[in-house]
Write a protein that binds this ligand. Structure first.
Ligand code: ADP
Length: 459
């Protein structure tokens, strides 16, 4: 069995099966066997089952949220927020199942018709991370199931309890064995089973760029389709002409979400020189008032890092920056609570050579860089191997347009710190991966286009 620990105090909160390779392969077999029946169900039938699942989970949100607090460390209000976000995908794709349209194309031959149909890609697999134990799963499986694909999921071994509870509720809703399977055990071995089995036609992965590349090269051998949502190094740019209040509210909410352990977390905060000092003062004042604590209470609190590796990374990045001349405006050290708690930290007087400038921090650290011109900041923002999301605050319409055009990212968010919802295409470019999740673009990832020529129609 795999022990699941509470990052707030190290206590054991549950366990998940350490499956053998044979058990994993048997689950893959079930996923493949279920495909012909599931893909031929009426879209409405698939949508109805998803809808039923949505309703069962929605009516029991609190018990899901409490599990998430215990295994992930995020606070209750954030857990509920994640559940609403994640449920949005089940609801959206329950509806979208019925709207997978094809095409007809004017015929190029006499007595013939040209049809374009969209078919389910096949049995699929997914590997998900620990930072959104609920939403990462619903976002993938709801899309796959709506499209007519079956799916086997390996959730993170850090947070499998939410995942297995989702599976339990899916079964209660009538989503059968095989259509939705779940395995836990040795991630590398399970990954190898998924990538090497030619019956699995597509893999969706969210996690680190390193593991994403590993899986992508293994999938290359089988020419298996992938959706990859990998690391980020999001710039958050505030121009002199921005609304200071909005920008401050945006950065605090976006940065402290899940204690900064989010791939779209603002990682490089660039503030124009005319507004820099006021921005730093306002953010410091606001962040200083936010409590750090375990999450089982209604108030928003900053929780612990999920594990020792994540914690150590944050410590090292802050230490490296301060050793090289950064100034600490707030925090900068382990929290008095000890364990995996780190103080929300604001750093100024940074430069682009520090490790913190080109590493995904995954912690409650605000590195605030100074810039002079739009041209300069766009160049610095794009100077990253990643390209997931970029945020910018400005009230100049022309500048907003230029930023949306010039920034290399899958998502550009102007005058807001909030990105995701079921109806928009989420995903990145460069080393942040490829493919999109959410909206009608998301379901296309699970569909194959088939061109059918029907000739000889008058005979
Ligand atoms: P993080 O650093 O955020 O945990 P990872 O990429 O290591 O990111 O983990 C994301 C998911 O990938 C988790 O479910 C993890 O178990 C899984 N994983 C880690 N290593 C491998 C691997 N070699 N093959 C397949 N999956 C893996």
């Amino acid at each position: 069995m795999i022990k699941v620990l509470n990052p707030a105090d190290g206590s054991v909160v549950g366990e998940a099966p350490q499956m053998t390779l044979d058990e994993v392969k048997a689950a893959v077999d079930r996923t493949c066997k279920a495909f012909p029946v599931w893909s031929r169900k009426l879209a409405k039938e698939r949508g109805d089952l998803l809808r039923r699942w949505f309703e069962l989970v929605r009516d029991d949100k609190r018990s899901f949220a409490e599990i998430m607090v215990k295994e992930n460390g995020k606070c209750l209000s954030e857990a509920i927020g994640e559940i609403d976000y994640g449920l949005g995908f089940i609801e959206w794709y329950a509806e979208e199942a019925k709207r997978v349209y094809g095409d007809t194309i004017p015929t190029h031959a006499g007595n013939a018709a040209v049809l374009v149909v969209k078919e389910a890609a096949g049995p699929t697999a997914a590997i998900t991370p620990w930072n959104f134990p609920f939403m990462m799963i619903t976002r993938k499986i709801a899309t796959a199931l709506a499209a007519g694909c079956t799916m086997i999921i390996k959730p993170s071994e850090e947070t499998p309890l939410t995942a297995y509870k989702l599976l339990e509720y899916a079964r209660k809703a009538g989503i059968p064995e095989g259509v939705f399977e779940m395995v836990t055990g040795n991630p590398k071995e399970i990954g190898e089973v998924f990538t090497s089995d030619s019956r699995i036609r597509k893999i969706s992965f969210t996690g680190s760029t390193a593991v994403g590349k590993l899986l992508a090269s293994a999938c290359g051998k089988e020419l298996k389709k992938m959706t990859l949502e990998l690391g980020g190094n999001a710039p958050f740019i505030v121009f002199d002409d921005a609304s200071l209040d909005d920008a401050v509210a945006g950065i605090v909410a976006a940065k402290l979400r899940n204690s900064g352990q989010v791939c779209i977390s603002p990682n490089r905060i660039y503030v124009q020189e005319g507004i820099y000092d006021r921005f730093v003062a306002a953010v410091t004042e606001k962040v200083a008032k936010i409590r750090v604590d375990q999450g089982l209470q209604e108030e928003f609190v900053v929780g612990p890092m999920v594990n020792r590796t994540g914690y150590t990374k944050v410590v090292e990045l802050v230490d490296d920056a301060t050793r090289n001349g950064a100034r600490v405006a707030l925090g900068g050290k382990a929290h008095a609570k000890g364990g995996l708690f780190y103080e929300p930290t604001i750093l100024t007087e940074l430069n682009d050579n520090m490790r913190v400038a080109h590493t995904e921090i995954f912690g409650p650290v605000f590195p605030i860089y100074r810039f002079k011109t739009e041209e300069e900041v766009v160049k610095r923002a794009n100077n990253s191997e990643y390209g997931l999301v970029a945020y910018a605050y400005t009230r100049d319409l022309g500048r907003a347009f230029r930023l949306s055009r010039d920034i290399e990212a899958g998502m550009v968010i102007l005058n807001s710190g909030s990105v995701g919802t079921a109806s928009v295409p989420f995903g990145g470019v460069k080393h942040s991966g490829y493919g999109r999740e959410g909206s009608y673009y998301g379901i296309e990832e699970y569909l194959e286009v088939k061109y059918v020529l029907m000739a000889g129609l008058d005979r």
